[in-house]
Design a protein around this ligand. Structure first.
Ligand code: SF4
Length: 354
């Protein structure tokens, strides 16, 4: 399986919590970015057969119609899409409209991942999002009008959020969504929100929201197939499954990461350097041992877990020494229980040190 990830590093404005690589207010540089991308796409991977495509960011929907046309020309000219099984575009409710949805749907895009984050206007303001709940609902409605699969991203542990507002947001997106991703708000110290809530214990509060989502979504047939992801059977994100299985993913664009046959290749988090081709990619060649540990951690994130006979004995031994209620064990596999998923970070810490 092969995937292509394209990172669009532009946003209208920076959200207060965001630590992803993106630049705000530089839409005038999108055409130059497309030129740089065109050069990068004509790389050793040119002609590669793709099974999945994921255009993320940043805010891909910031591109105008002629920029989308150019992007699809670049993809079609450089890759073979005959075996494509899924193509996702990340979208922001503020910059998604029918005209853009039409060009996406006309160019093999099958899935929209919409940054809803909350359906509570106060929480959206705290996060520094540009949209309100009405815009989010309209965007969800529009995606479904074009018969595209819809993932909604939601954030929990937002300052002032209660279980009631969290439950309303979840319920609201379920009227439209085919897939839900939920993330705990992380207060990175360098972000405006991180600075504002520097001394608070907000991160401690995430537990109850996460427990609630683990209880609520499965009742609605949204199975937790990964620590942050829920979907009815068959709606899982195929592109993300590539990462969790160490399959090959080609990454293009400033800050994109490729993973090819055990080698991780990182583009610079720097648009200027990317535009002027003035950069050297970072290569990380994982040793066999590192690869096995990383793969076990990635696979344990999913409901499928690890295959016992394909995993290093010391990993199995370590997992067997931890409390039983963290795991679901069969003779062939070990995966995390709901409680194990809640405590995933502590489990990874134990494995990383092996
Ligand atoms: S839209 Fe997404 S990538 Fe852009 S600033 Fe907000 S959170 Fe970050």
């Amino acid at each position: 399986m092969n995937g292509l990830y394209i990172h669009v590093p532009f946003c209208e404005r920076k959200c207060g919590y965001c630590s992803f690589y993106s630049v705000a207010g530089r839409e005038h540089e999108i055409d130059s970015w497309l030129d740089a991308l065109e050069l990068e796409a004509a790389s050793p991977f040119c002609g590669e057969v793709l099974n999945t495509l994921y255009i993320g960011g940043g805010t891909p929907t910031i591109l105008n119609i002629s920029q989308w046309k150019k992007l699809f020309e670049i993809i079609n000219r450089n890759f073979n899409l005959e075996n494509l099984i899924e193509a996702t575009v990340e979208a922001n409710p503020n910059s998604l409209d029918d005209e853009k949805l039409k060009i996406l749907a006309d160019n093999k895009i099958s899935r929209i991942s919409l940054g809803v984050q909350s359906l509570n206007d106060d929480e959206l303001k705290i996060l520094g999002r540009l949209h309100d709940s009405y815009k989010a609902l309209k965007a969800m409605e529009a995606v479904k009008k074009f018969n595209l699969m819809l993932n909604c991203d939601l954030i929990f542990a937002i300052p002032s959020q209660t279980l009631k507002t969290w439950s309303k947001s979840l319920k609201g997106v379920l009227n439209f969504a085919d897939h839900v991703s939920t993330y705990q708000l992380t207060l990175e110290p360098e972000t405006p929100l991180g600075k504002k809530y520097k001394n608070s214990d907000l991160n401690e509060d995430g537990y109850k929201f996460y427990r609630y989502v683990q209880y609520y979504l499965p009742k609605k047939n949204f199975i937790q197939y990964e620590i942050s992801n829920f979907a009815p059977e068959g709606n899982e994100c195929r592109h993300n499954l590539l990462y969790w299985n160490h399959d090959n993913v080609i990454g293009l664009g400033a800050s994109a990461v490729s993973y090819i046959d055990g080698v991780r290749i990182k583009n610079p988090d720097n648009l200027e350097k990317y535009l002027t081709h003035d950069y050297v990619r970072e290569f990380e060649n994982l040793s066999g041992h590192e690869k096995s540990i990383e793969l076990a951690i990635l696979q344990l994130r999913t409901k499928y877990g690890i295959k016992i006979n394909e995993t290093l004995p010391e990993i199995i031994e370590k997992l067997n020494s931890m409390p039983e209620d963290l795991f679901i064990k069969t003779p062939e596999r070990i995966s995390l229980s709901k409680r194990g998923m809640r405590l995933g970070n502590s489990i990874w810490c134990e494995l990383i040190d092996l």
